[in-house]
Design a protein around this ligand. Structure first.
Ligand SMILES: *Cc1c(COP(=O)(O)O)cnc(C)c1O
Length: 385
């Protein structure tokens, strides 16, 4: 089966991890801060906080932004559940903003309408989480304008988008947002096995995220309520978690980061070939927004309605050895969220997108033969427009 995504591990990656095992530190050593610095330098932000997953990064980012009971977080229904769950971890409430069916990202017009209505009812969100779906940046300029008008924080879920660009700048520069979060799960662009990282230009948010990453415990005299009792002394000044990244993960991340541009370049090459060769397929191909250089975490087709259902096409492709997948089931129709009062029909663009969506293989180790086989098999199964 040709998978839809797969990590790319070299001998250099393996040696970087092995080296850590015979060093002095398996955790809380020099490699985590080195990885943070390398990512921060790459994206052009000021501070980075590495953690054990993007889910953890979203959680501590929300805490740093002060999200809590009585507050609201809005995100896209077309995302992984973690983009919404982070609000609930903080005791806040979640709502969604429908997508634009061409970019698959949160629709700025839908966001504006929802904000107008929320302002009248006095229930504006504290945090909005735009998700750069498939690696293609949201319209951040439009969302920033709305944030300035309505006074909410912007937390970018860039789990798909390290190495991507918006208006020629790396996603993660935080030029339009307060905090940006990346994931290093093996299916994403670069991997640390499990891992995530939050970047920001605010030293205050960075300091708070560091505190929440490690039990809310600090050795910084400025945070203590009395003088230190000695070199061993620390104080717990808030309630944090243990979300730390290990030295092995950071070593792998550092090694992978060296190939990030190569990864994204090859992903774009594969995507361009799909754009060209699949132009006559009975499906809508991905369309990037204006000013966007995508990292192509995913290549998603929206099948035209035809003789065969999405389910039938999905099953046929899997039988023929194409490891297709579907990203994502709209979060608001998950039973857990339905229990909270959401239902089918709430976000029609997201639901109609989901009914026809299918992700086809795209990963760094994919060969030209494999891609040609995927293309042939798609024409055989989906047909021409
Ligand atoms: C993968 C993913 C996450 C969660 O990442 P983890 O590192 O697995 O916690 C969050 N949001 C989106 C959009 C993702 O794709």
């Amino acid at each position: 089966m040709i998978p839809y995504g797969k990590q790319d591990i070299t001998q250099a990656d393996i040696e970087a991890v092995i080296e850590v095992l015979s060093s002095d530190f398996l955790t809380q050593g020099p490699r985590v801060p080195a990885f943070e610095t390398a990512v921060v330098n790459y994206v052009g932000a000021q501070h980075g906080v590495a953690v054990n997953s993007a889910t953890s990064a979203l959680h501590i980012a929300c805490l740093a932004l002060g999200l809590g009971p009585g507050d609201k977080l809005w995100t896209s229904p077309i995302t992984f559940v973690a983009s919404a769950n982070c609000a609930l971890y903080c005791g806040a409430e979640v709502d969604f903003v429908d997508i634009d069916k061409t970019t698959l990202n949160m629709c700025p017009d839908a966001l504006e309408k929802k904000l107008e209505a929320a302002e009248k009812e006095g229930c504006l969100p504290k945090v909005v989480v735009p998700v750069h779906m498939a690696g293609s940046s949201c319209n951040m300029e439009a969302i920033r304008k709305l944030a300035d008008k309505y006074g909410f924080y912007i937390l970018e879920d860039a789990s798909h988008a390290i190495g991507a660009k918006y208006k020629s700048k790396p996603v993660g520069s935080c030029e339009y947002s307060d905090i940006t979060v990346f994931s290093f799960h093996p299916v994403k662009i670069i991997t640390t096995a499990e891992g995530g990282l939050a970047v920001t230009n605010s030293s205050e948010f960075a300091e708070r995220m560091r505190l929440f990453r490690s039990h809310g415990v600090s050795r910084d005299p400025a945070l203590m309520d009395k003088e230190s009792e000695g070199a061993w002394y620390y104080q717990q000044v808030d309630l944090g978690m243990n979300y730390r990244m290990t030295e092995m993960q950071a070593a792998l991340g550092l090694s992978q980061l060296e190939r990030l541009d190569q990864f994204v370049g090859y992903r774009n090459q594969l995507a361009n070939k799909y754009h060209n060769d699949l132009a006559n397929l009975a499906a809508l191909l991905p369309i990037c927004g204006k000013d966007v250089y995508s990292s192509y975490h995913l290549y998603i087709l929206q099948l035209e309605k035809g003789k065969l259902s999405r389910r039938q096409i999905f099953d046929l492709l899997r039988e023929k050895g194409i490891g297709v997948n579907v990203h994502y089931i709209p979060v608001h129709v998950q039973p857990f969220y339905k229990q909270k009062g959401f239902s089918e029909g709430d976000f029609p663009q997201a639901e109609s997108y989901y009914s026809q969506a299918i992700s086809i293989p795209l990963f760094h180790g994919m060969t030209h033969d494999q891609q040609n086989f995927v293309i042939e098999t798609l024409f055989e199964t989906v047909g021409r427009r």
